[in-house]
Design a binder for this molecule. Structure first.
Ligand SMILES: Cc1cc2nc3c(=O)[nH]c(=O)nc-3n(C[C@H](O)[C@H](O)[C@H](O)COP(=O)(O)OP(=O)(O)OC[C@H]3O[C@@H](n4cnc5c(N)ncnc54)[C@H](O)[C@@H]3O)c2cc1C
Length: 380
């Protein structure tokens, strides 16, 4: 599979933006667990945010592969900054696919224009992989939704203007998968509280929060899609966003490979540079081959989404494999840096910490394997 000329241009432009706008400040953001939102605004002005949002909703009408190509390039330079910029539309995929025209017209354009940030609260303190087991409740009272519950590990929780919240709206439904709905909540509503989580292992430039919702009100029309269809909408949502996470894994692995190559070319040992040793070249070959394979897989998986027939098994393969690749490659890259990697080389240390998240969020690697296995057995 080959990228189109336009896609190659998007990739190159994203690379230049990341190198010019956040490469030099990545260490500072990681140390401070903060990000400079003027960089996000600039990314919006340059057309990198919400590329998949349709033109009539203020977006660029591009595909999910295009969005993933930008993620790969941003993560190649710095995963935390890449996440801080591109996660600002997280949840809009569901609004675009299932929301009313009013919701789309009202909430999507500001995300592309750099005027609003959103997030999506699915995970709870007692329900992560088991998304259907969430407890946050939304009840209809006096012509409004009244929401009570808590959400855990929510990206942009402290920054978001709006949070899409997965709630139980039909607790008595005999099917556990027909009890949920996604409701868009204004974070300025009384009863909404976000508490920043400090001390994450990686992607520390990205905001993560715990959310408490106590009698938070939302208009009835803020329910996205059909009542009781939230779980199925979530599966559609993940088919789109998991490609994006796969691209993140390829990006962090590519960045680590490049750091390792630069290091072994300058490090002296045994009368020359490390790069002259065949044992070292073998490691570089293994890293590069895994990255190319992971890249090809996520391109193919994203292509199934863009042509309108998402292949959930292929998408889960792309995500699981990219996470596995990322973790293996950063480990090898740090090893190639030797003691300097462990002690002094901040960039490779940061990549080592950042890569692990690809195996955890939006479906852990075990969840991805469960999807692949059950899907293939169903088809057989
Ligand atoms: C930095 C960060 C950002 C995040 N952002 C968001 C966000 O914006 N919105 C949101 O809703 N969530 C977010 N999450 C939450 C994330 O999606 C969950 O952490 C993830 O889904 C795993 O859930 P859990 O942590 O509860 O682990 P658990 O579900 O408790 O799982 C623990 C371990 O058991 C394994 N396991 C679970 N079930 C099975 C099984 N059936 N078979 C085999 N193994 C199994 C898991 O794979 C995992 O390894 C974020 C998490 C992090 C760390």
């Amino acid at each position: 599979m080959e990228l189109t000329l336009e896609q190659k241009d998007i990739k190159q432009a994203a690379r230049e933006f990341a190198e010019g706008e956040f490469k030099e400040r990545a260490k500072e953001f990681d140390e401070k667990e903060e990000f400079d939102l003027s960089i996000w605004k600039k990314a919006c002005e340059n057309g990198f945010v919400g590329t998949f949002i349709k033109e009539e909703c203020g977006g660029h009408g591009l595909g999910f592969l295009d969005h993933s190509l930008i993620a790969e390039e941003f993560w190649r330079v710095d995963p935390g900054c890449g996440q801080a910029v591109l996660s600002t539309t997280f949840g809009s995929e569901m609004i675009q696919a299932f929301g009313s025209e009013e919701l789309k017209k009202k909430y999507l354009p500001p995300l592309v224009a750099g005027e609003a940030i959103m997030g999506f609260g699915i995970t709870e303190p007692d329900a992560g992989s088991d998304a259907a087991g969430i407890k946050t409740k939304a009840e209809r009272k006096n012509g409004k939704w009244v929401i009570n519950g808590s959400k855990m590990f929510i990206t942009n929780g402290c920054l978001a203007d709006h949070l899409l919240v997965l709630c139980v709206t039909d607790p008595e439904n005999p099917s556990i998968h027909k009890r949920h709905s996604a409701i868009l909540v204004d974070t300025k509503q009384p009863g909404f509280q976000a508490t920043k989580i400090h001390g994450k292992m990686g992607i520390r430039a990205s905001n993560t929060a715990e959310i408490s919702l106590i009698d938070v009100e939302a208009p009835i029309e803020n329910l996205v899609g059909k009542p009781g269809r939230g779980f199925y909408q979530l599966m559609d949502f993940f088919n789109k966003t998991r490609n994006h996470v796969a691209a993140q894994g390829v990006g962090v692995a590519q960045g680590a490979l490049e750091l390792a190559i630069a290091y072994v070319k300058k490090r002296k040992a045994f009368g020359g540079t490390l790069s002259r040793l065949q044992g070292i070249q073998f490691v570089i070959a293994e890293m590069a081959t895994r990255i190319e394979a992971a890249r090809g897989l996520y391109w193919r998986a994203a292509y199934t989404v863009d042509k309108g027939s998402p292949d959930s098994a292929l998408i889960s393969m792309a995500k699981w494999n990219a996470g596995d690749t990322a973790v293996e490659v950063v480990n090898k890259a740090l090893q190639l840096h030797g003691g300097y990697g462990y002690i002094a080389e901040y960039d490779i240390q940061r990549f080592y910490r950042d890569a692990k998240i690809v195996e955890i969020y939006e479906g852990s690697k075990e969840v991805e394997k469960a999807i692949i296995g059950s899907e293939l057995l169903k088809r057989a």
